[in-house]
Design a protein around this ligand. Structure first.
Ligand code: NAP
Length: 305
């Protein structure tokens, strides 16, 4: 019998992973917030994944954090700002040698989680898959993509990657996972805040070429300073390519703001500014961008962290 995957958080990505693993016959258990959420889930009778317009139902078993079964493998699928607290609640259940797979966007939450579970191996993930919640327990698989996984302190790939292959989850083991996460963070910092501030789709930033170029310059300096020169290579060209290729899309931060949802700013632009300050690196435009974004969030009644 293969090891059970405990999936912490049955939102968009948690559902996308749990349903594909479950249909491949891999044992999966969801960990939901509390008894209230568990009762609501049990009333719905399972998760629904909508793929290519067709809905499929998966009665994946679920439990609350205070269940007692030991956890050997935990997929952390909450937002970056919830991950530390959510994992801290489970710390007493983590078996010796447990493995945590962290799906959070940005950087900063992974270190906070690792500090809560010093006995566990933490594997970082960076994914281009896209999914959104149509309602509670019902998720639409919106964008096929790819997931890179890696462990900066231990280059050997875990054997359970074959569970992902069996489940049809496209993935690759990447010893340079930190470089990937930094690169994605830099792309996010150069695009997402400006789409909120200029109230536009990604393509609207073609009219703000100079502002984007200045930010890319400062982000490149930051990446070099924090030992990630590969993440800085041709950053501006890639940012421009992404703006063009996704011109019709609204960025994830824009969508969070327009749906009155908390953003992950502290783990994206906020993290970049924090690391720059730690390195005593003066990046005036990036800092100003953070101040403008915080002011905008506060003016909309949204959390600024
Ligand atoms: P999401 O849809 O908001 O789901 C997060 C889930 O975590 C929610 O179901 C929430 O429960 C649950 N949760 C929070 N605290 C919990 C706790 N203490 N115990 C149990 N469950 C808890 O978020 P998401 O879109 O899947 O994003 C997750 C991460 O993946 C983010 O960092 C995001 O940036 C990243 N990501 C997402 C996508 C995407 O397409 N969605 C793509 C790439 C990366 P409730 O339902 O009770 O609120």
């Amino acid at each position: 019998m293969s090891t059970t995957w405990h999936v912490l958080g049955a939102g968009s990505l948690g559902t996308l992973w749990a349903t594909r693993l479950a249909r491949a016959g891999v044992p999966v258990r969801l960990i939901l917030r509390d008894v209230g959420r568990l009762q609501a889930y049990e009333a719905a009778g399972g998760l629904t994944l909508v793929e290519h317009g067709a809905a499929q139902h998966y009665p994946v078993p679920a439990e609350t954090p205070d269940s007692t079964e030991p956890i050997n493998r935990l997929l952390v699928a909450c937002k970056a700002y919830d991950a530390e607290h959510a994992v801290a609640q489970l710390a007493p259940r983590l078996a010796p040698g447990a493995e945590l797979i962290l799906l959070q966007n940005g950087l900063g939450s992974q270190d906070a989680v690792a500090a809560q579970a010093p006995q566990a191996r933490c594997i970082y993930a960076s994914s281009t898959e896209g999914a959104f919640r149509e309602g509670d327990w019902r998720v639409v698989f919106a964008g096929h993509g790819f997931t890179w996984l890696g462990d900066a302190s231990h280059p050997v790939a875990p054997i359970w990657l074959e569970d992902l292959s069996n489940a049809g989850i496209p993935h690759e083991w990447s010893p340079e996972i930190l470089t990937r996460l930094w690169r994605k963070l830099a792309l996010n910092c150069a695009i997402n805040p400006l789409t909120v501030l200029h109230d536009c789709r990604n393509g609207g930033l073609q009219e703000h070429h100079c502002e984007v170029a200045t930010l890319c310059g400062e982000l490149g300096e930051l990446l070099e300073r924090c030992g990630q020169p590969a993440a800085a290579e041709n950053l501006q060209q890639e940012v421009e390519r992404v703006i063009q290729a996704t011109a019709a899309n609204f960025s994830s931060m824009y969508q969070d703001v327009s749906n009155q949802r908390r953003t992950e700013i502290s783990y994206l632009l906020g993290h970049a500014c924090k690391v720059a300050a730690r390195h005593q690196l003066n990046l005036p435009h990036l800092n100003q961008l953070q101040q403008r974004l915080i002011a905008r969030l506060l003016s909309l009644g949204l959390p600024s962290d």
